[in-house]
Write a new protein. Structure first.
Length: 283
C-alpha cells in the first residue's frame, strides 16, 4: 500500500472512532428524569350495563350478562388477572357526585353485588378483595360545557353537523371495525377480549376515530371541537390522576371506557411522572 493511502486509511479510522466517541457522550433524554415512577395500569373496557350513551349503540343480540354463566366466571378470571398488578389505588370513570368511596363502604357490607356496571364488577370488587378503603372518581366534564354558558348561540353554530354522520370513507371503516368489536364479547372469553382492545394498536387506531369524519368540518371547526371537547376532557381526567398521585411508589389502577384509555395511554407514555403498564404484561 502506498504511503498516501496508508495515511488516508489511518485518518479515516481515527475519524470513525471519534464519531463513535461523540455519539456515546450524548445523554439520553430519559437520563434527566427519575427512573422510578408511579406505575399505572389502564383497563379500557366497554360498559357492562350497556347504558348506550356512546355514538355506537350495541344491539340487544350482542349484549352479554355478566351476572350469568359463562360470563360470571369470566369476570372472576378478569378480576384475578388485574389483581396481579397489586394496585395501591383505584381510579374510575365517575365524578365526585357518584360517591365512589361511600359505594365501596356499602359494597363491603354486602350491597350492590348484582350491579352489572363495571365499576361494581371490577373496581369495587377488587377494592373489597384487596381491603382498600378508598376509590377515586376522576372523571371530568370538558371545557366546552363551561364555554357554552358564555355564548350558547356561538356554540350551536360551532357544533353544527358534528354528529358523526358523514360520508368520509375512513369513518365508514371505523363503523365496520366498531360493529365487529361489539359482537366479540358474546363469543369471546372476556379476559382475551379486554386484552385485545387494550393493545397499543387498538388504542392508537381507536383515538384515530376522532381524527376523521367530522374532524374535517369546514374552517377547522372539527379540530376546534375536538380540542375543547374530547381531548380536553381527557386532559382534565389526567390532571385529576396527577392530583391523587402521592409517590413514585404508587401503583394506580385506572378503569375507564376504552375510548378514554386511548388518550390516557398517550398522556401517560409521554409523562416523566408515570410508567405505563401494558395490560397484557401481567403475570
Amino acid at each position: 500500500m502506498k504511503p498516501l493511502n496508508i495515511i488516508s486509511t489511518i485518518v479515516l479510522i481515527i475519524n470513525t472512532f471519534s464519531l463513535f466517541g461523540q455519539k456515546s457522550d450524548i445523554k439520553q433524554p430519559s437520563s434527566f428524569f427519575p427512573s422510578e415512577r408511579a406505575k399505572v395500569l389502564v383497563v379500557g373496557t366497554f360498559h357492562f350495563d350497556y347504558p348506550n350513551l356512546d355514538v355506537n349503540k350495541v344491539n340487544d343480540t350482542d349484549k352479554i350478562d355478566v351476572l350469568k354463566e359463562p360470563k360470571k366466571s369470566e369476570v372472576t378470571e378478569l378480576v384475578n388477572y388485574i389483581k396481579q398488578f397489586k394496585p395501591t389505588k383505584i381510579a374510575i370513570e365517575a365524578t365526585p357526585k357518584w360517591n365512589a368511596t361511600e359505594k365501596l363502604r356499602k359494597y363491603k357490607a354486602g350491597n350492590s353485588r348484582n350491579e352489572r356496571d363495571e365499576r361494581y364488577q371490577i373496581a369495587l370488587r377488587i377494592a373489597n378483595e384487596m381491603k382498600m378503603d378508598t376509590i377515586y372518581g376522576i372523571d371530568a366534564g370538558s371545557f366546552d360545557e363551561d364555554l357554552v354558558k358564555l355564548d350558547s348561540v356561538y356554540f350551536q353554530k360551532l357544533f353544527k353537523d358534528f354528529d358523526f354522520q358523514n360520508d368520509d370513507k375512513f369513518n365508514a371503516m371505523y363503523m365496520k371495525w366498531f360493529d365487529y368489536q361489539e359482537k366479540l364479547p358474546a363469543t369471546t372469553n372476556l379476559l382475551k377480549y379486554i386484552k385485545n382492545i387494550n393493545t397499543s394498536e387498538s388504542h392508537k387506531l381507536g383515538y384515530g376515530a376522532y381524527l376523521v369524519g367530522d374532524f374535517k368540518l369546514d374552517n377547522q371547526r372539527g379540530a376546534d371541537i375536538l380540542s375543547i371537547w374530547w381531548y380536553n376532557r381527557n386532559l382534565r381526567i389526567f390532571r385529576k390522576l396527577q392530583e391523587i398521585t402521592e409517590s413514585s411508589k404508587d401503583r394506580i389502577l385506572v378503569i375507564f371506557g376504552n375510548g378514554h384509555a386511548a388518550v390516557l395511554r398517550q398522556l401517560l407514555e409521554s409523562s416523566p411522572e408515570y410508567q405505563f403498564i401494558e395490560f397484557d404484561s401481567l403475570k
